[in-house]
Design a protein around this ligand. Structure first.
Ligand SMILES: NC(=O)c1ccc[n+]([C@@H]2O[C@H](COP(=O)([O-])OP(=O)(O)OC[C@H]3O[C@@H](n4cnc5c(N)ncnc54)[C@H](O)[C@@H]3O)[C@@H](O)[C@H]2O)c1
Ligand SMILES: [Zn+2]
Length: 342
């Protein structure tokens, strides 16, 4: 499978698997392209962007802010970008989130192509149209839902990805397996991170499977009124500890998944043996499963969470491996459950 198209509410999105960046660029008028990337990707792949208008942003989550987006917009103005401009965001999730957001608001929306270059961005961040920036300690508080016209998966970018970023990305892969795909979970149990790194066939299959899981969920519920919430598994608590303790996203999600499993177990949804399988799998993929966090501070951040409504909070739990469920938990009970997870 090389190419697949999916209809979302705004437009049809074509996914290209295993096609090269240079091949994609050939399909566009170069004078209309503006590349948005970060300093690391630019340094590694400068020759790819030769002759193209390029905006480079500082790398890292701490720069995923409205301020950086304002800088992108000023550069777009300097390049005299207009409605015919195609913004091509090339990078990890920080770049695809900010590139997507900038494209959606600049002149109320210009053409967008996403080229994820990390595992995390390939299996998750670039798929589904969500974008955004952080505000202070609050992750992704501002953003839009805006689909790109094309999504390119050029696996050759992964050759330069450090192991720490592979580990980060596998947190989202394990998330998908936990909420939707027991078969994928078993596949991960019988394969190692080192098997995936550098094996194009395994990686292609893995990305296609994960993109398929996320796309199916998003297509059913693009604007997150139901099933899309499942993708927040591990993210409610994960986001709270991520910015508070400056953790890599995947590490924070891993800790959040363990907490969500522990809450699932305490509510008698989830079997202790399955809990052990999740912890073993996260450990096998070198992800942290424990953090001594300040539950009062974390609680304050959770209360600001988007998923809260009145006196209850929607929390994603597991019935069993491969079956995520959304439960509304009264805040008082949730506070106690979170304290018990430490
Ligand atoms: N929009 C969504 O639905 C969604 C879903 C999941 C995550 N996210 C967001 O994604 C972000 C995390 O994404 P990420 O982990 O890709 O972070 P990132 O963009 O910060 O990339 C991680 C690091 O890898 C570097 N890098 C990128 N590509 C590389 C390559 N090919 N070779 C070497 N280095 C490379 C980057 O410069 C950066 O230092 C978070 O902000 C998260 O909120 C969004
Ligand atoms: Zn995530």
């Amino acid at each position: 499978m090389e190419q697949q198209s999916f209809i979302f509410s705004q437009r049809e999105v074509t996914y290209f698997f295993g096609r090269s960046f240079s091949h994609l660029i050939e399909g566009y008028d170069n004078s209309k392209i503006v590349i948005v990337t970060d300093e690391n990707v630019l340094k590694l792949y400068q020759p790819l962007f030769q002759g193209l208008k390029t905006i480079s942003i500082a790398a890292g989550e701490e720069h995923k802010t409205q301020h950086t987006v304002d800088g992108i917009i000023l550069s777009l103005l300097n390049f005299q970008a207009d409605k015919n401009t195609v913004l091509i965001a090339v990078g990890g999730g920080v770049v695809t989130d900010m590139g997507g957001y900038a494209a959606s608001i600049f002149k109320r929306g210009i053409r967008l192509v996403l080229v994820p270059t990390t595992i995390l961005a390939m299996v998750d961040a670039s798929v589904g149209g969500k974008n955004g920036v952080d505000v202070g300690n609050y992750k992704n508080m501002v953003g839009t839902i805006y689909q790109p016209e094309n999504l390119l998966f050029d696996f050759s970018f992964l050759k330069t990805l450090p192991e720490s970023e592979w580990i980060n990305g596998f947190a989202e892969v394990i998330k998908h397996a936990c909420i939707k795909d027991e078969g994928l979970f078993k596949h991960l149990e019988t394969t190692a991170l080192s098997d995936f790194m550098g094996n194009d066939d395994l990686i292609t299959d893995l990305v296609v499977t994960n993109v398929g899981i996320k796309t199916a969920i998003v297509q059913k519920d693009e604007f997150e009124t139901g099933d899309r919430k499942l993708l927040n598994f591990g993210h409610t608590l994960g986001h709270a500890v991520e910015n508070l303790y400056k953790l890599p996203h995947g590490h924070a999600v891993s800790i959040g998944m363990v907490a969500a499993c522990s809450i699932s177990e305490n509510l008698n949804l989830f079997h202790p043996e399955e809990m052990a399988r999740v912890i073993n799998l996260l450990t096998k993929y070198k992800l942290p499963v424990k953090l001594d966090f300040d539950s009062e501070k974390v609680w304050e951040i959770l209360l600001m969470d988007k998923k809260r409504s009145n006196d209850e909070m929607n929390f994603v739990l597991l019935d069993k491996i491969g079956a995520g469920v959304i439960k509304s938990i009264p805040l008082q009970q949730l506070k106690g459950l979170i304290q018990q997870t430490i």
